[in-house]
Design a protein around this ligand. Structure first.
Ligand SMILES: Cc1ncc(COP(=O)(O)O)c(C=O)c1O
Length: 384
């Protein structure tokens, strides 16, 4: 009898994600789904027409490995105009299949077995598995509510001779925290004389509120030279299902990044890249985003204003965290399930974004939804 090989999981701790669990529960109970982080409305018909144009125009074979030149060029111009930093489309800009691919390729390009990687938690769920699949060891810095400010003494204490990479996410999912110039300066002071690289996840770069600027890591000279800046068109143009992102990095880093990208996906969907190149030429398509989402944030906050939830208005992203400490002592997971089943509103328990246990009692709601849905969710949450 043949002996069957055993696979032995490389990611034993990874199971069904909370997003799948909550979305399934929301569907079963016909609940309003404010759990998963994607827009509940469609993208621009013009952008759709552009894709159809290129699809019908014969742009259906492999794109160049680094991305369609027109898209890299317009992205380079946009980055120079907005942040005053010039990345050469040929040596510093790579189009990827979503920011997820960019993050994985950047982490893979840097991390070797035994390397330590500093992650700020609550952390977006793709970072730690990418580190672990490369034999790296995640080392966590904890951000605590309600401010979620970085404790720089804690960061300094986590750095060892083995620290090789830090993953920064601003504006931050799930907390909405936006890093300040002071945060960037303190990070620069810590990494300046060390062999530490940086991955900056800036997929929410265009979603900041109350006049607060997004300060990209690329704007800091000390940080720029060691940073892979990862972005996504999904969040900016309401096209999360298209999975198109990018990585901006200095030439030496881009060479190594592309070696991984080349064998991970090789290239990214061709007609969509051409369509995005056209669409990105008009800045109002992304510059209008802060006002668009700030109105939705305010609408959602007004609708839960009389509830027993406590919150500080989120600084960026399309997520609002709320404390339920005045409502129950139970776990956030139990409450998220209960709210979905009993009052018909699905959320995400924020404890899942930490590697260990905690009792912060925070739920995350996504407000990238139509106004009437946000109002109805608010009415239900206010009855609690
Ligand atoms: C912080 C963060 N990074 C990366 C991603 C993934 O982006 P993409 O859909 O372009 O792969 C997301 C999506 O939710 C996110 O919230």
């Amino acid at each position: 009898m043949q002996r069957l090989p055993t696979i032995g999981s490389k990611l034993p701790a990874v199971g069904t994600t909370i997003f799948t669990v909550m979305s399934r529960l929301a569907a079963e109970h016909d609940a309003i789904n404010l759990s998963q982080g994607f827009p509940g409305f469609d993208c621009s018909p013009r952008l759709q027409e552009q894709v159809v144009k290129y699809l019908r125009g014969g742009y259906n074979q492999y794109a160049p490995m680094p991305g369609v030149p027109a898209l890299r060029e317009v992205l380079g111009r946009k980055t120079a105009d907005l942040y005053g930093v010039a990345y050469d489309p040929d040596t510093g800009i790579t189009i990827t299949s979503g920011a997820t691919e960019a993050l994985f390729a950047a982490i893979t390009a840097v991390v070797r077995p035994g390397d330590e990687v500093i992650l700020f938690e609550p952390a977006y769920d793709s970072y730690a598995p990418a580190v672990e699949l490369n034999g790296g060891v995640p080392v966590y810095v904890t951000l605590t509510p309600p401010e979620y400010a970085v404790d720089w003494a804690q960061v300094a204490g986590r750095i060892t001779d083995k620290t090789r990479l830090m993953v920064v996410n601003t504006p931050h999912n799930p907390t909405g925290r936006v890093w300040t110039q002071d945060d960037l300066d303190r990070l620069a002071a810590l990494v300046r004389d060390r062999d530490i690289m940086l991955v900056a996840d800036e997929v929410y770069e265009h979603i900041t509120f109350d006049g607060r600027p997004h300060i990209s890591l690329m704007t800091h000279p000390t940080l720029r030279e060691r940073t892979f800046v990862c972005g996504s068109f999904g969040k900016t143009f309401h096209i999360t299902g298209w999975k198109v992102g990018y990585c901006l990095a200095p030439p030496e880093l881009t060479v190594e990044f592309r070696k991984v990208h080349q064998f991970l996906t090789f290239s990214t969907i061709t007609p969509v890249q051409h369509a995005l190149a056209d669409y990105l030429r008009e800045p109002e398509h992304y510059l209008s985003l802060p006002a668009f989402y700030e109105r939705k944030r305010n609408l959602f906050l007004e609708s839960i204003g009389a509830s027993r939830f406590r919150f500080a208005p989120t600084q960026g992203t399309f997520f609002q965290n709320v404390s339920y400490a005045d409502i129950t002592d139970g776990s956030d997971y139990e409450l998220a399930i209960r709210l979905t089943k009993e009052i018909g509103v699905a959320s995400i328990p924020v404890s899942v974004f930490y590697h260990g246990q905690n009792d912060y009692r925070i739920l995350r709601f996504c407000f990238a939804k139509d106004d009437d849905i946000l109002k109805r969710a608010g009415e239900r949450l206010s009855k609690l």
